[in-house]
Design a protein around this ligand. Sequence first.
Ligand SMILES: Nc1nc2c(ncn2[C@@H]2O[C@H](COP(=O)(O)OP(=O)(O)OP(=O)(O)O)[C@@H](O)[C@H]2O)c(=O)[nH]1
Length: 315
Amino acid sequence: MFEQQTILIVDDEWMDRSILTELLKNDYRLILAKNGEQAVHKAAKYLPDLILLDVVLPDISGYEVQRRLREQQRTRHLAVAFITSQDSADDEAYGISLGAYDYITKPFHLAVVKARIANILRLERQRALLEKLASLDGLTEVHNRRKFDEILIEEFHRCASWEAPLSMAMLDVDHFKAFNDCYGHGKGDDVLKLVARCMRVSVPLSSGYVARYGGEEFVMLMPGVSEQDSMGICRQTIQLVQDLNVPHEKSTAADVLTVSIGGVTVFPSLEESPSRILRQADFALYSAKKAGRNRILWYTECAESAEPPLVNQLN
Ligand SMILES: Nc1nc2c(ncn2[C@@H]2O[C@H](COP(=O)(O)OP(=O)(O)OP(=O)(O)O)[C@@H](O)[C@H]2O)c(=O)[nH]1
């Protein structure tokens, strides 16, 4: 009924890893790590449903591992239960204050450990489901605006600290009101789902995010992706939408459904807020619409051809 859940066991003691493996291997998919660095790496790679994290590790402590996981957008939500032989109330309180679900002490009482883990994983399944429902757009199943606003702030700051580029593209379906009026709202909904799918195909999960920004407007956020590569992703999106061959007899841009895209690539700074990148992408989209639709304009390109007052406001 449910997919098998995954547990990452992080312990430098061979004996403890073996005990936990024997205890859990029939019910869960298990991944093992022997030190803190491995734990951080495997957590980000496999996104386990639960990390059983030894506090004392040969390189960095379990507490430090937990801190690093919390720092990363990709891993911050992961459920952690500390396992340790440090069983003072202060240790336990500290572990829980770092956001851990539980604090399991050694030596293990196997039945208790198993019951606690089952409990955590049940809660984790419910939490993940709620989080998914709260962050997705109900129609297209890409991120919703609320989630996108959170991601944008995080990725903006992350790119600023790494001195990496951040590319953003806004996409709008061409003459969508006319499409709705001509083919009906239900067909319009179908088209929005298809357009979202084209974006999800073009923006691989590893290189960015797709969100519905409102109505028939979407946004693609591509942290660490250069201007050239992000424009390539946008070109693929435009092509995929056109290849759907959805008739749109009321469009002035083509006889099939098309989209316009406006984008920008910036190197964020820590002093700035992300509002500029939103304004610039929006301006590029507006310029793409004005230039005839069914095209991509990148902020630098369109700024060169725009009227000076508007360019000055945005620079
Ligand atoms: N079917 C459907 N239509 C929607 C949804 N959300 C917004 N719309 C419609 O999207 C249309 C947007 O129209 P406009 O903003 O005028 O833009 P447009 O007709 O696409 O024109 P251009 O953007 O200039 O090409 C409106 O008619 C909205 O009713 C939705 O969830 N489903």
